[in-house]
Design a protein around this ligand. Structure first.
Ligand code: NAD
Length: 493
C-alpha cells in the first residue's frame, strides 16, 4: 500500500518526521490507506509556500477574473467526472450511505460553479461624499485576504472543505487546508484534481495530521492572514484565542443543538418525515441536526409513536449498499454517543427505541448505533443540553407558543431550528423568535449554495456560502480620489 502524501508547493511529499497514520472503514474495520502525517515543520512549509504564491509569485492572485473563473469551472467539471470515485471514498472513509455521499459531490460541483460565476459579478460600491476636503469620489474594491488556513471536520469530508476552498481560491487567496484526520481520502483526491487542472503551485496546500499540533500552528502563525474553521465549539474557542496573535480574520462554523418545534395543527405525517431527515440523515452526525424535538403536548404521544415506527424501520448496513444509515465515523465517536445514551437513561429520560449498538451480521465489525428516541426529556438533562453528534433525538413538550420559544432558545448554541404549523402567521412569528442562523418552516435540513450558512451565539462567527461566503475571504478597500488635484487651502484660515 503506497503512502498518501501531503501536497505542499505543488509537490506530493512525505511528512518531515516520516510518521504516518491509517485510514479505516468504520463499517468493516478494514484499513483503507496509509497517510503521511504532517509535523509542525510541514505546516510551516505549507504556510511559507502559500505566502510565496500570494505575495511573491502572485500568478493566481493577479490572474484576471475570467481566467480564474475558467480554472474554477475546470475544477468543477473534473470533480463531476470523478463523482463515483469521490462518493465511494467518502462513503467508505466516513460511513455515510453512498447516495448521500453522491449528493455531497453534486453540491461540491455546484459550489465551485457558483463561485466561478460570482467572482465576475459586480462588487464594491461608489459613494456620494461631502465636500469638506474638496470634490472627491469614493469607492470600494474587494481584494483577497492573503494566506488562508482552513480546518475542517469529518462529517462531510469533501463538502466542508469545498465550502471553504471554492470561495477562497476563487477570490484569489492562497490556502493551507487541514481536513480532520479520520477522513482525508476524498480531500486528497480533490487536491489531485487541483493539480491535474493546473492550479498554480503554492495556491492550495494540503497538510494532514493532529489538530492539536498542526491546527494550532496554522491558527497561531503570524504568516497566516485568516483562519477559517468548522468543528466543535471548544476547538473553535481555542482557534479564536490563537488567532489573536496577529489579529487574524476568523470564520467559525461550530456545533449545534437545534430545536425542531412542532405545533398540534401541523401535518403530523409530514412533521414525522422531516424530523427523521432532521436527526437521522448522515447518522445524525450533522451540526444542524434537529436533535431537540419540542412538541405541543396534545399530539406528542401520536407523534412519538409514529416516529418510533419509522425509526425502527431504518435499515443499517455497509454504506456502499445504500442503507438508510451507515456506521458512526469511528469507535471513539460510537463510544461517545453510547455514553450519552447511558447518561440519558440514568438521568430519567424514557428510552422509546434504539439505545444500543447494531451488530447484525457483517455490522458486528462496524460502529453502528440504532436510531434512538428519548421521550419525557427536560431542559436540565445532559442529552438535551450537549451536542451528541449521533442518531439520538430528545422529545420535550409545551402548552403555549411562549413556552415553545423559550424552550427552543434555552441553549448556548444557535445554529439551526425549525417550526411546523399550519398557521402561517404563527410560523413566521415563531421562526423570527428562534435565535439561530439557519431555519426552516415545515421542513428540516435543505440548504443551498446560494444562501448564507452560519450560526448565532456559540455556533459561530461569520457566514459560509452565498455572497457572504465569498466576502468572508475578501478585504474591502476604500479608495478616495481627489477630482481636482492641487491645493485644497486647508491651512489658509
Ligand atoms: P473537532 O473540533 O474535533 O475537529 C475539527 C477540526 O479541528 C479537525 O480537523 C481537527 O483535527 C482540528 N483540531 C482539533 N483540535 C484542534 C486545535 N486545538 N487547534 C486547531 N485545530 C484543531 O470537530 P469534529 O469532531 O471533527 O467535528 C464535529 C464537530 O463539528 C461538531 O461539533 C459539529 O457540530 C461541528 N460542525 C459544524 C458545522 C457548521 O457548519 N457549523 C459543520 C460540520 C460540523
Amino acid at each position: 500500500m503506497s503512502v498518501k502524501k501531503l501536497y505542499i508547493n505543488g509537490e506530493w511529499v512525505e511528512g518531515s518526521e516520516g510518521k504516518t497514520f491509517l485510514s479505516t472503514n468504520p463499517a468493516t474495520g478494514e484499513v483503507l490507506a496509509e497517510i503521511a502525517q504532517a509535523s509542525v515543520k510541514d505546516a510551516k512549509r505549507a504556510v511559507a509556500a502559500a505566502k510565496k504564491s500570494f505575495y511573491v509569485t502572485r500568478e493566481w492572485r493577479d490572474m484576471d477574473s475570467q481566467a480564474r473563473g475558467d480554472m474554477i469551472l475546470k475544477i468543477a467539471d473534473a470533480i463531476e467526472k470523478n463523482k463515483d470515485e469521490l462518493a465511494r471514498l467518502d462513503a467508505m472513509d466516513m460511513g455515510k450511505p453512498l447516495r448521500e455521499a453522491a449528493g455531497d459531490v453534486d453540491d461540491a460541483v455546484h459550489c465551485f460553479r457558483y463561485y466561478a460565476g460570482l467572482i465576475k459579478t459586480p462588487h464594491g460600491g461608489a459613494y456620494d461624499v461631502n465636500a469638506g476636503f474638496g470634490e472627491m469620489h469614493s469607492y470600494t474594491v474587494h481584494e483577497p485576504v492573503g494566506v488562508c488556513a482552513e480546518i475542517t471536520p469529518w462529517n462531510y469530508p469533501l463538502l466542508m472543505g469545498v465550502w471553504k476552498l471554492a470561495p477562497s481560491i476563487a477570490a484569489g487567496n492562497s490556502v493551507v487546508f487541514k481536513p480532520a484526520t479520520v477522513c482525508v481520502l476524498s480531500c486528497i483526491r480533490l487536491f489531485e484534481i487541483f493539480e491535474e487542472c493546473g492550479l498554480p503551485k503554492g495556491v492550495a496546500n494540503l497538510v494532514m495530521g493532529p489538530g492539536e499540533s498542526i491546527g494550532n500552528e496554522l491558527a497561531s502563525s503570524p504568516d497566516v492572514d485568516m483562519v477559517t474553521f468548522t468543528g466543535s465549539t471548544s476547538v473553535g474557542q481555542s482557534i479564536m484565542r490563537q488567532a489573536a496573535t496577529n489579529v487574524k480574520k476568523i470564520g467559525l462554523e461550530l456545533g449545534g443543538k437545534s430545536p425542531n418545534v412542532i405545533f398540534a395543527d401541523a401535518d403530523l405525517e409530514g412533521a414525522v418525515e422531516w424530523a427523521m431527515i432532521g436527526i437521522f440523515f448522515n447518522q445524525g452526525e450533522v451540526c444542524s441536526a434537529g436533535s431537540r424535538i419540542i412538541i405541543e403536548e396534545s399530539v406528542k404521544d401520536e407523534f412519538v409513536k409514529r416516529l418510533a415506527e419509522r425509526a425502527n424501520a431504518i435499515t443499517l448496513g455497509n454504506p456502499l449498499d445504500n442503507p438508510d444509515m451507515g456506521p458512526l465515523v469511528s469507535e471513539s465517536q460510537m463510544n461517545r454517543v453510547m455514553g450519552y445514551i447511558e447518561k440519558g437513561k440514568a438521568e430519567g429520560a424514557t428510552l422509546v427505541c434504539g439505545g444500543e449498538r447494531y451488530t447484525e451480521g457483517e455490522c458486528a465489525k462496524g460502529y453502528f448505533v440504532r436510531p434512538t428516541i428519548f421521550d419525557n426529556c427536560t431542559s436540565d438533562m445532559t442529552i438535551v443540553r450537549e451536542e451528541i453528534f449521533g442518531p439520538v433525538v430528545t422529545v420535550q413538550t409545551f402548552k403555549t407558543e411562549q413556552e415553545a420559544i423559550a424552550m427552543a432558545n434555552d441553549t448556548s448554541y444557535g445554529l439551526a431550528g425549525a417550526v411546523f404549523t399550519a398557521d402561517g402567521s404563527r410560523a413566521l412569528r415563531v421562526i423570527r423568535e428562534i435565535r439561530a442562523g439557519i431555519t426552516w418552516i415545515n421542513c428540516y435540513n435543505p440548504t443551498y449554495n446560494e444562501a448564507p450558512w452560519g450560526g448565532y451565539k456559540m455556533s459561530g462567527i461569520g457566514r459560509e456560502l452565498g455572497i457572504h461566503g465569498l466576502e468572508e475571504y475578501q478585504e474591502i478597500k476604500q479608495i478616495n480620489i481627489n477630482l481636482k488635484p492641487g491645493i485644497v487651502g486647508w491651512y489658509e484660515h
